[in-house]
Write a protein that binds this ligand. Structure first.
Ligand SMILES: Nc1ncnc2c1ncn2[C@@H]1O[C@H](COP(=O)(O)OP(=O)(O)OP(=O)(O)O)[C@@H](O)[C@H]1O
Ligand SMILES: [Mg+2]
Length: 275
């Protein structure tokens, strides 16, 4: 379980005043959940997930991950091993000169024995269909392949929580679906034998993606303004429009019909279902 209590992150602006990027956030994430986070640009989504794996330490408040506390320096590495974070732009994450070295990089850093490292690297290359590119320099990969490499490198570390910061924003619809199906599969089947399903946290600007997760957290101006089941939250179309977010197309259509005084059932009479 990840617990945030009263978490505030502030920066000082040019005038020397403190600006709260996260403002007194309370949040509990249980093992095995699948969560989407939505919010307008600058609402604090990336800052929040950087706190979840203690990459960023809060100005005030406390963060604990399965009992490990982010204010205890000797527990930070354990937190970062438990909580894998895939960055908004894979280019910022990829540091090595070949695909296989990139997957090994994190394992080397945590002192994984060489024999074990080879086994894990091979497993990840297979799992993410990157085997034929294993000797390639990462810059030759396509955007979607780079995205898979970034996911493979984080997964090699066996995280129990996996955070993906807008992993599909650079992808075309086909590759978006591939990445999304993969995320769902990870969550449903658990990538490691006998382990708990991985807790998945997906930041997305696409409401259709959020609809596929069990829980939706909506952020605005550094606060959590909604937290619940996506199919329930999206019913309040006006709310999403007010903060500059879209809802899935079916919710939008129902909203537009209602505004014109047309009931869904009347529409079914005009347009009977296609056989
Ligand atoms: N180191 C920093 N110093 C000052 N301001 C910062 C710093 N890091 C982030 N911010 C500000 O915090 C706010 C929230 O940033 P964050 O990246 O968390 O937003 P976001 O919701 O992920 O946005 P996007 O949808 O564009 O990815 C932004 O206004 C950003 O400029
Ligand atoms: Mg962001």
């Amino acid at each position: 379980m990840i617990e945030l209590q009263n978490v505030t992150v502030s920066f000082h602006n040019d005038a020397g005043n403190a600006v709260h990027v996260l403002d007194k956030i309370d949040l509990t994430i249980s093992k095995g959940e699948s969560i989407a986070i939505m919010g307008p640009n600058g609402s604090g989504k990336t800052t929040l997930v950087r706190c979840l794996n203690a990459l960023l330490l809060p100005t005030a408040g406390s963060i604990s991950v399965d009992g490990l506390r982010s204010d205890e320096a000797n527990q930070l590495l354990s937190i970062r091993k438990k909580v894998g974070l895939i960055f908004q732009n894979p280019e910022n994450q990829i540091v090595s000169t070949s695909v296989e070295r990139e997957i090994a990089f994190g394992l080397e850093n945590i002192g994984t024995p060489t024999a074990e490292m080879h086994v894990i690297v091979d497993e990840m290359l297979q799992r993410f269909e990157l085997n034929k590119y294993r000797k390639f320099p990462p810059y030759l990969l396509s955007g979607g392949e780079k995205q898979r490499l970034a996911i493979a490198s984080v997964m090699a570390m066996r995280p129990e929580y996996l955070i993906l910061d807008e992993p599909t924003s650079l992808l075309d619809p086909v590759h978006r679906d591939l990445v999304l199906d993969f995320i769902k599969e990870l969550h449903q089947k658990s990538a490691y034998p006998g382990a708990f399903p991985i807790t998945t946290i997906l930041i997305t600007q696409f409401p259709e993606e959020a609809l596929q997760m069990e829980r939706l957290i909506v952020m605005s101006a550094g606060r959590i303004v909604q937290d619940g089941k996506p199919s329930e939250l999206f019913k309040d179309v006006t709310f999403f429009k007010q903060i500059g977010l879209q809802v899935p197309i079916e919710f939008e259509i129902e909203y537009l019909l209602k505004q014109r005084g047309i009931d869904k059932t009347e529409l079914a009479a005009i347009f009977p279902p296609v056989e």
